[in-house]
Design a protein around this ligand. Structure first.
Ligand code: SF4
Length: 912
């Protein structure tokens, strides 16, 4: 690990008898003593076992150290793990709030089964054995009756790499459903069409110019690991530019803030590209070697000679209309600002780093082209895979092999992968209730895991209608440590460990290196260090809280107790096939066999690889990973010939960077086959801006809240508990709003009521509300966290659904005295309910931005009201489905084979 850069070398702390020291040294982690900060001014010593684990509160997977009190056995706090290569000892506010989640007085500690009608709020405690047997027998019957497509696992935050793959493969189902299409599918598609890889890995720390189309310093993807490296680059002299209609914290810290009309970002990026070409700030050697210019010429200008110069000429002609001036007119950003960013990129050359995540790519119809146009700037400047540039994600991510992995399934589930979206990234998860409504299928067993579609997805009332219809959903199992709006409509709620109560492995592209993180149940590990012995993690967890790995193993065993279905074989212990594999056996195999360098490093310390990972919580595999496309490829390896040498290249169909995408062309999207600007569904020139129409941005994140997983984190809600509608003062004056006024925001399917907040921090014509707030429950004492949710009334009204707050957040009595000290009151407004689905016909991404009208609330309106007509929402769904260009594509394929998808089935399953 990079011991020079670790925070442990710099941040001092007060320790008895030693004065100020940095992070506790690893040799003291078994017995660490320090003063109790809460006892100050008395000097009270406390002794701890420090157990590393990883944070589960966003996708960055930062290292945490649990301070387990040796006297009480309780975790007293979480801090950063200085041994973690990604986060280097640092965390955001959400990491330490893991403590609140562990000791949440309202968490679910025992399995529950509904006792009355689904959603009726009657629950009974049930044994794990009864729950497992019931669920297993339904799955077993479905498998025996060839109803595999009726089993779907729907995950929000996975937080792990590969374990669930084994489960679904072993059952032979194509049932993985993720949240990607409400999150990042737009950007992924844009990147994939260039290089096959679907995400960027920016080498921020070594960049000279950084361009962000996301709020990377506060809440962007891998944000704490990225933020600390962006700050390092700035300290070394790099400039940062942020393109965002809203003045995010990131924009406010940038050298350049460009606030365009939402959905016009691609026009600005193409104008910058044009300038780079004009200035000849182009890395021609890189372009000549790595861009598919010959194929591009053949496809788009077959009459021309196939020369690189001819390709440059084609680029000039293609983008001639994208001038800085035209971009200024289209985006509403001053030409000088766009020009300044172009100059910064030109000056940085190969040390130009960028990122886009959610934001424009997730807000707009055609948003995927924003990422495609952004990456075009890297292709031009040769800043692909370079030090200080931007690499493909997979170069900086390590996915180990898993023990005894079953083969891929031979099925294709059209409830998840429908013919209308052959290029989607990934599953069309948020359309599931509409598909069920249309009679495309039914579900026998539906698992939701770290996922809350009723709240998180657009059109939540349609979800609610589907989940309460037992003909459509036979059994809904919510795997969750807490209540949620979705768990309320389940048949079983099975309590799973929070981030510090489970095992997972993961690795993310935080910088130009590869590392593996090991999440572990800290009370189990602390107990084992103290000499306790556990067979299962639930023996150390609170109540009857299980970890998911053991749940899936036991469930699979019960699906096939005698092995006749071929499932059990994948779970038999390697040392004793009569019993299920243990997590120690599972991860021992992985660390012994598939993590390069780990056995050797562990051996140097006299540890087994598993002991090493339990001790440090992470392992760095390698670093300084640049220009991997230039690596030699053997004749039997995938590769491409470049200047007479066989190279690894990228993972696009040509293994080159594809300016013209033959895939897009042959799958009916010839009009979008090159980086281009597509008009958004919220295109500003189509709006009545003189009247009351505006564009709503509903997806910005707060740095201190997690999608729907921070409701039980009192530290975080004490910081963030307001949900205003950002409105520029110009709009506020024009429409007659002042801060605090109630605004009725009308969408295509209903309305919601919020309070206005006048600000200069957003572009006029655009309003915004953060994505996090608006949690609710239907019963006073249960159903959601009272730290964060409103008690609501939900009823049929005027041909639709009306949700109305009965009370806001109030103090309550619990075993945590802080619950009586709650002083914040605003639960926020559940705006997602009022958004129809907007599936982008290429990426499948839900285009989150909304064209809305703003009006003063009527006398009957109340803060927090949400009204939705779900019949209308189904009509809008149909309208957007009409934009699709269904498969099959060339060769009768359902989807291009090269385009990634979770759990790809066998090749034959791709054929219709
Ligand atoms: S950025 Fe914050 S929430 Fe995300 S993993 Fe790191 S500490 Fe946890």
């Amino acid at each position: 690990m990079d011991r020079d850069k670790r925070a442990s070398d710099r941040l001092p702390r007060l320790v008895p008898g030693t004065g100020l020291v940095p992070f506790p040294p690893t040799e003291s982690w078994d017995d660490w003593e320090e003063y109790d900060a809460k006892a100050w001014p008395e000097r009270v010593k406390r002794r701890y076992r420090l157990v590393p684990t990883t944070c589960f509160n966003c996708e960055a997977g930062c290292g945490l150290l649990a301070y387990v009190d040796k006297d009480s056995g309780r975790v007293r706090r979480f801090e950063g793990n200085p041994e973690h290569p990604g986060s280097r000892g640092r965390n955001c506010a959400k990491g330490p709030a893991t403590l609140n989640q562990m000791y949440d007085p309202e968490r679910i500690l025992h399995p529950l089964r509904r006792a009355g009608p689904r959603g009726g709020g009657e629950w009974e405690r049930v044994s794990w054995e009864d729950a497992l047997q019931d669920i297993a027998s339904r799955i077993r019957t479905a498998l025996q009756e060839d109803r595999h497509d009726e089993i779907i696992y729907h995950v929000g935050r996975p937080g792990e790499d590969g374990f669930i793959d084994r489960i679904l493969r072993s059952w032979g189902v194509d049932g993985h459903n993720s949240h990607t299409n409400i999150c990042s599918a737009g950007a992924r598609t844009g990147y994939a069409m260039w290089m096959g890889y679907d995400r960027p890995s920016a080498d921020f720390a070594n960049a000279r110019f950084i361009l962000l189309l996301s709020a990377q310093l506060e809440s962007g993807h891998y944000f704490n690991p990225h933020a600390q490296r962006i700050i390092e680059a700035r300290q070394a002299g790099a400039q940062v530019a942020t393109i965002d209609p809203r003045l995010s914290n990131t924009a406010s810290m940038s050298d350049h803030w460009l606030s365009p009309w939402p959905g016009t970002e691609a026009a600005m990026l193409l104008a910058i590209a044009t300038r780079l070409i004009e200035w000849d700030a182009v890395d021609h050697e890189f372009m000549r070697r790595w861009v598919n210019w010959e194929a591009s010429l053949a496809a788009r200008a077959p009459e021309r000679p196939r020369t690189y110069e001819g390709f440059l000429e084609l680029l000039r002609e293609t983008y001639a209309d994208y001038t800085i001036e035209s971009a200024a007119a289209e985006t509403g950003v001053d030409a000088e600002r766009i020009e300044a960013v172009a100059r910064g990129i030109a000056g940085a050359g190969s040390r130009f780093a960028s990122h886009t995540w959610r934001a424009a790519g997730s807000g707009n119809l055609g948003g995927w082209q924003v990422a495609r146009c952004l990456f075009f700037l890297h292709v031009l400047t040769g800043s692909v895979g370079t030090e200080g540039g931007t690499s493909p994600s997979a170069w900086d991510k390590f996915k180990p092999d898993h023990w005894n992995m079953p083969p891929p399934s031979n099925r294709w589930n059209e409830l998840i992968w429908p013919a209308e979206f052959p290029l989607s990234h990934y599953e069309m998860s948020y359309l599931l209730p509409h598909f069920l409504k249309e009679g495309r299928g039914r579900l026998e067993v539906y698992f939701t895991r770290v996922y809350n579609p009723v709240w998180t997805n657009p059109d939540g009332f349609t979800w609610l209608e589907a989940l309460t219809d037992e003909d459509k959903v036979g059994l809904h199992v919510a795997l969750s440590p807490t209540w949620s709006e979705t768990a309320w409509f389940a048949d079983y709620v099975l309590p799973m460990g929070v981030g510090a109560e489970r095992h997972d492995t993961h690795s993310y592209e935080t910088h130009a290196a590869r590392w593996l993180g090991f999440r572990q149940p800290v009370l189990r590990v602390a107990g084992e260090r103290a000499g306790e012995r556990y067979e299962r993690t639930y023996e150390a967890n609170p109540g009857e809280v299980w970890e998911e790995n053991e749940f899936w193993i036991d469930l699979s065993w019960r699906i096939d107790p005698d092995g006749s279905l071929g499932v059990r074989q994948w779970y038999e212990s390697p040392t004793d096939p009569s019993r299920p594999v243990s997590v120690d056996e599972y991860y021992s195999w992985m660390f012994d066999n598939s993590v390069p360098g780990l056995p050797e490093q562990a051996g140097q310390e006299g540890l087994t690889p598993l002991e090493y990972m339990r001790k440090y919580g992470a392992f760095e595999i390698d670093r300084d990973r640049y220009l991997l496309n230039e690596e030699a490829a053997g004749a039997d390896q995938p590769g491409v010939e470049v200047d007479g040498e066989r190279k690894s290249g990228f993972v696009s169909p040509s293994r080159l960077l594809e300016w013209h995408s033959e895939t897009l062309e042959s799958w009916k999207w010839a009009d979008a086959a090159i980086p281009t600007y597509l008009k958004s569904h919220v295109y500003w020139r189509d709006l009545d801006l003189e009247g009351d129409e505006r564009i709503l941005l509903p997806i910005f994140r707060l740095p201190t809240l997690i999608h729907t997983r921070s409701g039980n984190a009192k530290y975080l809600y004490e910081i963030s508990h307001g949900h205003p509608l950002w409105m520029n003062s110009i709009d506020a004056d024009q429409l007659g709003f002042d801060t605090g006024d109630l605004v009725r925001i009308t969408t295509d399917i209903g309305y919601f009521v919020m309070r206005a907040w006048r600000t200069e921090g957003i572009r006029p014509g655009v309003v915004a509300a953060s994505h996090h707030m608006g949690r609710w429950r239907l019963e006073a004492g249960m159903g959601n966290e009272r730290w964060s949710s409103a008690l609501v009334d939900l009823r049929r009204h005027d041909g639709g659904w009306l949700l109305r707050h009965k009370t806001g957040i109030e103090p309550f009595r619990s075993e945590d005295p802080d619950s009586e000290r709650i002083w914040w009151r605003d639960p926020g407004v559940h705006q997602n309910l009022a958004f129809p689905v907007h599936p982008d016909p290429v990426s499948g991404m839900h285009a989150w931005h909304q064209r809305v009208t703003l009006g003063h609330a009527s006398p009957e309106d109340r803060y927090g009201d949400v009204f939705v007509d779900t019949a209308r929402s189904h009509d809008i769904y149909r309208e957007w489905m009409d934009r699709t260009r269904p498969g099959p594509g060339p060769g009768g394929l359902r989807r291009p084979r090269w385009l990634t998808r979770p759990l790809p089935p066998v090749p034959e399953a791709y054929r219709t």
